[in-house]
Ligand binder design. Sequence first.
Ligand code: NAD
Length: 484
Amino acid sequence: MSSNSKVPITVAYGDGIGPEIMEAVMHILMEAGAAIEPERIEVGEKIYLQGISTGIPPEAWESIKRTKVLLKAPITTPQGGGYKSLNVTIRKTLGLFANVRPATTYHPFIETKYPGMDVVIIRENEEDLYAGIEYQVSNQVWHAVKLISESGSERIIRYAFEYARQYNRKKVTCMTKDNILKMTDGEFHRVFDRIAKEYPDIEAEHWIIDIGTAKLADTPERFDVVVMPNLYGDVASDMTAQIAGSVGLGGSANIGLDYAMFEAIHGSAPRRAGQNLANPSGLLFGAIMMLVHIGQPEVAERIHNAWLRTIEEGIHTYDIYREGISKKKVGTKEFAQAVVSNLGKLPEKLPVKRYGKPRPLDKTKFQYQPKEHHFELIGVDIFIKDGSLSAQSIAERIMQLGFEDLKLVSIANRGMQLWPSTGAEHTATTDSWRCRFKTTQNYTTQMQILELQKQLVSAGFDIVGTANLYNVDGKRGYTLAQGE
Ligand code: NAD
């Protein structure tokens, strides 16, 4: 094959066990005939310690932006403050909105409590509580913003259905907590129901995250593709990786519309570094997903089937080695060599892996059509910091102001309405209060809200934040306090 037809990819060898597992993976890729042209970059510990707080130097960015594909070994984030998570920086900078983590078991060749488990967790990667918007609002209280967008939800959910089609999966399960988070998770669920209708060939179901995760941990074989907002996906994908056998087996893809990053799910395991012990399989599965992504599914298949054959032969690294099941305990290099020797062979008992024809993401399907909604300003929540007062005394002081247009309707502490009384007097309170004002007319204005704030500040209230209350298309665009 001429070098022209080779696909340039960026490769980071990482820290700890990173370099040895990457060498093993590159050896397998090259022997399997992957048509790639690797460009090596330095990221991680060394770069952090040079004083680059993201761990990624400009020349590494230059390579990633040119090749658009990064295969990355795990890196070590040095102890101590000031270092930014390299993974979060890469995901956010490159718009890698989908984190794809397959978790499969290989019964009876690798010990597992879950024979028949073959699930793929697709986690939203950019939004939710990971938007990183947090505030301290009083001496005792902190807030975090759970940010869910319609465009972000559409993208990840559509990706999950497209993934299911591409990989011949039958069902997509969505998990949220929309019985409590009616607006944010509610939106994710609503978008799921809407997008699912466009994929009638794929079964769609929704579970509340608590019971859904419990079922996923108990009977993972009932699930196929599972799509979740960021935080739930983070927890559930580690859980499924762990119950699948070894963290050393899990690969992960971070996919965007223009860029993609492939890696192992595990870290740099510094205690195992330099001893030729680590299992290179997690990173190998990252590389296999990369091969499918760059349009080389036949090479991906060759490697995957050789790997399955090696596992069947009982050639196992220490983390999956079990007396009575395994035949030979090997190191990183020997394991890679065994996979290479099996290239061209198929597994005899485990299902043969087929990747089919690659279908690149149809970007046109991912174009978001913004919709205009009618917003009517009908009030404001004003958060005040005050440790000395009760809800009753706050209410009395506010009402003395006699502000006409906006009327105090509720005071809540930790989301529980305490004024007007709801009989929750025994609820523990903090020094952070939410005072809800609503217009006595049909709607109010930003100017009226500013005027109210001015009067509150003049009366000595310590305002730490505000949130406007809107009716959106005639429906309440905010939630009620408990008891309101
Ligand atoms: P870890 O995943 O590195 O190790 C956890 C345990 O799993 C260890 O006991 C290790 O022996 C075992 N293990 C991990 N990979 C293995 C493999 N390939 N083969 C056999 N056994 C394996 O998690 P940690 O110890 O919490 O983190 C170590 C470092 O890795 C930290 O600096 C952390 O920030 C970093 N980290 C990086 C990434 C990444 O780059 N994507 C992800 C997670 C953690």
